[in-house]
Each structure stands twice: as C-alpha cells, then as structure tokens.
Design a protein around this ligand. Structure first.
Ligand code: ADP
Length: 633
C-alpha cells in the first residue's frame, strides 16, 4: 500500500537551514561578548562597592590616625611657652653670662630628657642660640645663628612658630615648635622644642598602615614607607624648588615628585592613585593602586593621608567578574541545552503527531479501500454469476447449435440422399418389372441376376439411411473413433457428389483411434469434404488430399483441396456461425462452426491454412487414444 509522502515531508531546507546557520554563526560570539560584558559589569560593580566600603572604613581609620598624629604634635605645643615661666631663662636672656647659660643648659637638658623631645633650646631675639639641651654634644646648637629659620621669624614676631625641617647642624629631621618669650609685653627671646615624630612612622609600620603627612609645601615629612619621605605630592615649580633649597628646610634633598601613574578623584579628599610597577617605591611586579584619603591636621598646615591598597579589592573584583561571567556562561549553557532539548522534544512530538496522522490517514484509506474491494468483490461475484449463467446459456445454445447444425446438415443432405435413393429406387422399379416379366417368360437366370442386383441396391440404400440416422443422433462426447472408418463413412455419405465430380482422392494417413465419438468425427469430415467439393465445382481436375501425421499425443489430419480458395475478407469470419458464401438454400454457415466446436469439445482443434499454391487446407487435430500409430491405410 502506498503512503502519502507529503505527510512526512519536512520544512523546505532553505527555510530550515538558514536560521539555524545564523544561530550557529552568531550565538557563540554573542554568548562570549555577553560573558565578557557581564564579567566586566560584575567587576566594575564589585570594585565600585568595594571602594565605597573601603572608603567608609578608611574614613574611620583616617580619623583615628589623624587624631593620633594631632595629639602627638599637640603634646609639645605648650612646652616652649612653659620656659617663659622659668626664671633662669629670663635671667639668661637678660644676662648671657656663662653661669646663667650653664644653669639653663642643664635645666633644658633635664627638661628635654623628661619630655622625650629631641632638643630644647633658647635663642635671643637675633636668632643666636644661647642655651640648649644638647650643649654636651659635639654638634650642639650652642652659639649657632638660626635667625633664617621661619619658626624663629614667626616666633620673634609673637606668632606660633611651627616648622618641619632638617636640622642644618645635625642633618636630622625634626618638628620645631617655637614660642616668643615675653617679658612685660615685649619679646626678649625665643624658646624652641625640636620633636622627633619618627615614632609615629614606626607605629604605622607595625600596624601595616600606609600613611604619610605632607606639610604646607606639599612635601611628605612623615611616611610609613621611607621611600616616600621628602617627596612632593604636588607639582613644584623650579622657583619653588630653588627657594626651598635655599631655605635649607629640607637640607639638600632633591624633593622629587611622588608621581602616580593614574589619578582619579573620587570625592573631596579622596582619590584613586595608581603607581607604576617599576617605580622605585614599589617592590611588586605589577602596578599598584591605592585609595588615598586625605584630611588636614588641626592646628597645623599639614595634611594626613591614608593609603589603602586596592590589590585585594581588585583581585576580589576580578574574581567576582569571573564568577559572574562563569555563572552567565553556565546559565547560557543551561538555557541553550534546555532550548535544544525543548526543540528535540517538539520535533519528536511533531514527528509522532505526523506519524499518528499518517497512520490515521492510512487506516482511513485502508477502510475505504477495503470497502471498495468488498464492493468490487461483490460486483465480481455478480459478474461471475452472470458469466456462469451466460456460459450455461452459451453451452445450451452450442448444444442447440450442434443439433441445429446436424439438422441443417440433414436437410442439406436430404437432397443428395433423395438423389441417392431415387436412383436405386428407379433402378429397383425397372429391375423388379423386368424380373416379373423374365419370371413370366421363365428366364429364371436373368431373373435371379436381377434379384441379386436388387439386393445390392437395397443394401446400399440401407447403408445410406443408417449413416443418416447415426449423423442425426446426438452423440456422446466420450467415445472412440477410427479415422479410417470415419473417412470411409463420410465419402460414402457424399458418394454421389464424389463420383459426379470425378474427384482425384489422395489418402495419406493412418487408421488411428481418436478420442472422439465416431459419428461426430464423420460429421466433421462430411462438412470439410463437402465444402471442398463445393469449392472445386468449377475446377476441371478436382483433387482432394487427406494427409495425416501424429504429434505430441494427437493426430493431425489435413484436408486439402485445389478449389477456389478463400478471399481475405472471408478468412476473418470463417468460423463464425451462419457465415456462408454459398448462394440461396445451399449454405447455412454452420458447418465449420459446428466442426470446430466438436473438435474443441474433445480437446482437439480445427484450423485453416491457405497454401500459396492455391486451394484451402483445413487442419483437424484430435487426441489419440493410443499413441501407437496403426498401419497405414
Ligand atoms: P456452408 O457450407 O453452409 O456455407 P460452412 O461453415 O461449412 O457453411 O462454410 C462456411 C463458408 O466457408 C462457406 O460458405 C465457404 O465460403 C467457405 N468454405 C468452407 N470450406 C471451404 C473450402 N474448402 N474452400 C473454399 N471455401 C470454403
């Protein structure tokens, strides 16, 4: 059974392949781009919020450490002013005798030791050091002129002197707090305390804190990282550098700039600084970023800066970014896999539905075809019944035809029979009359001869009637016939015509036993020979050949004449019933039909040949009773 191929037809390839190709071409780069994009966003958000957190935390740290610095510095603020109260100092300023100087020197030495400052000294209004706590040291300030120092200049004018600088004598950095010593409203000298603030640096280092303090010039004066010390956090012009160098505030240090690779202002007093990897400040291999938070220190023109490294944060942000990218990739992968699976399931479902639909259609068609087949089967059965009835009718008609043919043949033959019988009857009348006269005359010999002739004539008449009776009788299909006897009987039936035609007869066949009723065989032969005689009527030398041969369990008898033959048109209709070319009452057109039907009824055949030499040959094939051929006749 043929299935409808359209049911299984897929979508046209051009439509199905194109979007899939586009998807396959563009999906991976899109996913990768989204991965990178989302990863970057993850990184950025993480870094942003991380910096915010760090900033909040840093503000607290900044406040804490700035306060510590402020308290460290303010600790010494009042120390120089205390010397105003010291009478020995006032005496020294009034009278610089060695005794007074020594007294003050010792006093300052003791004070310095107790306050843990670096040095304490007293200057006159010209800036010369009159007494100092380090009077015993080789590099003592005693007698030195420090009038060029800014702190002195401020203090002598009655302003607080605050100064960070590197000692011109010792080369040691220190914080100088100066105070103008007054007496009766007049400044008579200046007291200075030099403080070392390195302890704070050590504290920062211990706390692993990165911080520095920059002074009013932007120079880093205190730093947890020694490498940053005395570096400038603001750009310095050449003039400023020169001025500062001349002031000897920072001794002869070059005052290089602390130059960050990148600087990003985040808020007031808050910056993101990136220092290069190869910077002398950096020990690590990569660029290093800091969150820089700055706050001014109260009572000083200084700023405190706290640096919070951002590497950890950056690393964390990178990790977060990677995590986001990986999470996205995973989600994308899951989505793609889910989508593919959904498509596969959809395709399967569609295929199953198509299959189901095809099955349904197939079943519908099978049902339709079965109904059709049943109907045509019924029709066929009806036709078979009709055929059988027709066959039955035909068979009956054939039987009738055979009988009718016989009767017709009888009718035909009755003329010749009458002719055959009239002749001997006439002879009998003559002979019987003569015999009566010969008996009356006593000529017994002649009478006896006449009577013998009469007997012979009666015998002949008897034979004629006998064959006529047997011909007319409805014969049996099953029977056995002798070919020789049948030929003789047929010739005898047609005896007068054979004789009157002066027929030249050639017999070349064997007296075989054939599977056909004797009478029927005779009937066939009467028809064939009779037709041959008719065809040869105008033939001056009529000749009839009866030639036989055995083949394949049958015997074939050829009945050939040299008559007028059969024209092409007549050949087509020879075996059709009632086809005749004979004029008037002479022909019924049943002879060949009947003969062919009789031969066929026994499993034989009647055919016709038209020899090129002229005439006609009828070929009668009939089954042999015994394949062993009998003696030729
Ligand atoms: P009928 O003899 O009554 O015409 P047949 O069936 O015997 O009917 O013959 C049909 C026709 O076949 C004849 O009319 C005749 O034309 C043709 N025919 C039969 N035998 C021969 C023959 N031997 N030679 C020529 N024509 C023949």
């Amino acid at each position: 059974m043929k299935c409808d191929s359209t049911l299984y037809r897929a979508a046209p390839p051009s439509l199905a392949v194109k979007p899939r190709l586009i998807r396959h071409l563009f999906l991976p780069p899109l996913v990768i781009a989204l991965m990178i994009g989302l990863g970057y966003i993850g990184f950025w958000v993480s870094e942003h919020y991380g910096i915010r957190n760090l900033s909040e935390n840093g503000q607290r740290q900044l406040e804490l450490h700035a306060r510590a610095v402020e308290s460290e510095i303010s600790k010494y603020t009042y120390l120089p002013s205390l010397l105003e109260l010291e009478s020995s100092v006032s005496k020294l300023l009034a009278d610089t005798s060695p005794e007074h100087r020594q007294t003050v020197n010792e006093y300052l030495e003791g004070l310095n030791r107790r306050s843990r400052s670096r040095a304490i000294y007293v200057m006159d209004t010209t800036g010369r050091v009159l007494a100092t706590s380090n009077w015993r040291d080789v590099d003592s300030y005693l007698g030195e002129d420090l009038s060029f120092r800014a702190y002195f200049q401020n203090a002598v004018r009655g302003q607080p002197g605050r100064f960070y600088g590197i000692g011109s004598t010792s080369g040691e950095p220190g914080y100088y707090l100066a105070h103008g010593l007054e007496e009766h409203g007049k400044i008579i000298g200046v007291a200075v305390v030099k403080v070392r603030l390195e302890a704070m640096e050590e504290r920062w280092q211990r706390a692993r804190l990165e911080a520095f303090v920059s002074d009013e010039n932007g120079i880093i004066i205190l730093s947890s990282d020694p490498a940053r010390r005395l570096k400038s956090v603001v750009p310095l012009s050449e003039q400023t550098k020169e001025k500062l160098a001349r002031s000897l505030q920072y001794y002869w240090f070059p005052l290089n700039e602390l130059q960050p690779l990148a600087r990003e202002k985040l808020a007031e007093g808050e910056e993101k600084l990136t220092f290069p990897a190869n910077s002398e400040l950096m020990s690590e291999e990569e660029n290093i970023s800091y969150l820089s938070q700055t706050r001014p220190l109260s009572d000083t023109p200084w700023n405190f800066t706290l640096l919070t490294p951002l590497q950890d944060l950056r690393r964390e942000a990178i990790n977060q970014g990677i995590l986001v990218a990986v999470a996205f990739a995973l989600v994308a992968f899951l989505l793609i896999a889910w989508n593919e699976r959904r498509k596969v399931i959809a395709t399967r479902l569609a295929a199953r539905e198509a299959l189901q639909e095809a099955n349904n259609q197939l079943e519908r068609r099978i049902t339709e075809r079965t109904t059709d087949l049943r109907a045509s089967n019924e029709r066929l059965k009806g036709q078979i019944r009709e055929r059988r009835q027709a066959e039955e009718t035909l068979r009956r008609a054939q039987d009738e035809l055979v009988q009718a043919g016989k009767l017709a043949a009888i009718g035909q033959m009755s003329t010749s029979i009458a002719h055959e019988l009239n002749q001997p009857l006439a002879a009998l009348r003559t002979l019987s009359g003569n015999t009566v006269r010969f008996l009356e005359r006593g000529q017994l010999d002649v009478a006896s001869t006449n009577l013998k002739t009469i007997n012979e004539l009666i015998d002949r008449m008897g034979r004629i009637t006998a064959s006529l009776r047997s011909f007319a009788r409805r014969g049996d299909d099953k029977g056995q016939a002798s070919l020789g006897k049948a030929v003789d009987a047929a010739l005898q039936l047609l005896g007068s015509r054979v004789e009157s035609a002066h027929l030249q007869l050639h017999r070349d066949f064997k007296d075989v036993q054939l599977q056909i009723d004797q009478t029927r065989l005779e009937q066939i032969l009467v028809n064939l020979i009779g037709n041959a005689l008719d065809a040869m009527q105008s033939q001056p030398q009529p000749a009839l050949w009866l030639e036989g041969e055995a083949f394949d369990g049958k015997y074939r008898l050829r009945v050939r004449d040299n008559g007028h033959g059969i024209d092409a048109e007549a050949r087509k209709h020879l075996f059709e019933p009632f086809f005749t070319t004979k004029p008037g009452e002479q022909g019924l057109g049943l002879g060949l039909t009947l003969s062919a039907s009789l031969a066929a009824a026994t499993g034989g055949h009647l055919g016709v040949e038209h020899p090129a030499s002229g005439g006609t040959t009828f070929v009668l094939s009939l089954p042999l009773v015994s394949p062993t051929p009998a003696e030729p006749i």
